[in-house]
Design a protein around this ligand. Structure first.
Ligand code: NAD
Length: 253
């Protein structure tokens, strides 16, 4: 996918847009070598989420959950941003208002240069004490204790600073994501299955608000039918092509 042939209507809306929300999920990091949860080859094909990514699982077997996150942290630390992360970061300078709302916990958007960013599901790069809430680098915590969660000075256990299934999203980040989605001109959804709520509700909100909805995902999602433009291709191919097409628009007029 090198040159994108956009319809006249989509081109015009991208040319005049000023507020853009990019909503990303695990698929955007697939080409960095990180597995998704769902979709072909996703992590959950081999494991059930409720066995590992829940507070109940951590309470029942903290060492098992810690080891899984230690392994995932190692994969994230070894991964590099791919052309999709880079294209998303590049577009930040094109639109007056531009925000990346990610469900990812891997920090790759920041490493690619995205600055205005909300992490709805926390980050795998930090560990947080269950009891006192203090935090430290996940890499350091894993190096100190690879097999079980290390203990904090207060006696509490450290856990990854991610949002588990059944836990609430960070309130302020979600409120800002909600506000930006309701008011945007363009909502670009990349690599998300649209099945994890309430984050997926942002797609509906943007659509109801009249935003141009662009979806990038090789597989269809429950929201595909709402898309004004659907790019059924890997994000690492589709995003650079889309960014080039947007940069070629005469947005100064
Ligand atoms: P998901 O696993 O539910 O869905 C991933 C989607 O990406 C699928 O629809 C799949 O078709 C699509 N996809 C696969 N390869 C792609 C590619 N090359 N380009 C574009 N799309 C591709 O992911 P989700 O919707 O983000 O689910 C939410 C949960 O998964 C979040 O809580 C998130 O924290 C977690 N998660 C994050 C990471 C990460 O940070 N890298 C990795 C796995 C899971």
């Amino acid at each position: 996918m090198e040159i994108l042939d956009l319809s006249r209507a989509v081109r015009e809306r991208l040319r005049t847009a000023s507020r853009v929300v990019v909503f990303s999920g695990a698929g955007v990091s697939r080409e960095s070598g990180l597995n998704t949860f769902r979709g072909t080859g996703g992590l959950w094909e081999r494991m059930r989420p409720e066995e590992l990514a829940t507070p109940e699982a951590f309470a029942a077997d903290p060492a098992k959950v810690w080891r899984w996150y230690a392994w995932r942290h190692g994969a994230v630390a070894a991964a590099q941003p791919n052309p999709a992360h880079v294209a998303i970061a590049r577009l930040e300078s094109v639109f007056p208002s531009y925000i990346v709302v990610t469900q990812n916990v891997d920090g790759l958007h920041q490493r690619a240069g995205s600055r205005n960013l909300l992490e709805l599901h926390g980050t795998l790069l930090r560990a947080v004490c269950e009891r006192c809430g203090c935090s430290r680098e996940m890499g350091e915590a894993v190096a100190e204790s690879p097999e079980r969660p290390p203990l904090c000075a207060c006696g509490g256990r450290f856990r990854p600073a991610v949002v588990w299934f059944g836990e609430a999203l960070p309130e302020e980040a979600f409120a800002r994501a909600h506000e930006a989605s309701a008011a945007c001109d363009v909502f670009l959804s990349v690599g998300t299955s649209g099945t994890v709520w309430p984050a997926a509700g942002l797609i509906e909100l943007a659509h109801q608000g009249g935003a141009l909805f662009i979806e990038v995902n090789p597989e269809p999602t429950p929201f595909s039918r709402l898309a004004d433009l659907r790019l059924a291709a890997p994000a690492g191919e589709a995003l650079p092509a889309l960014a080039a097409a947007i940069e070629a628009l005469d947005r100064g007029r």
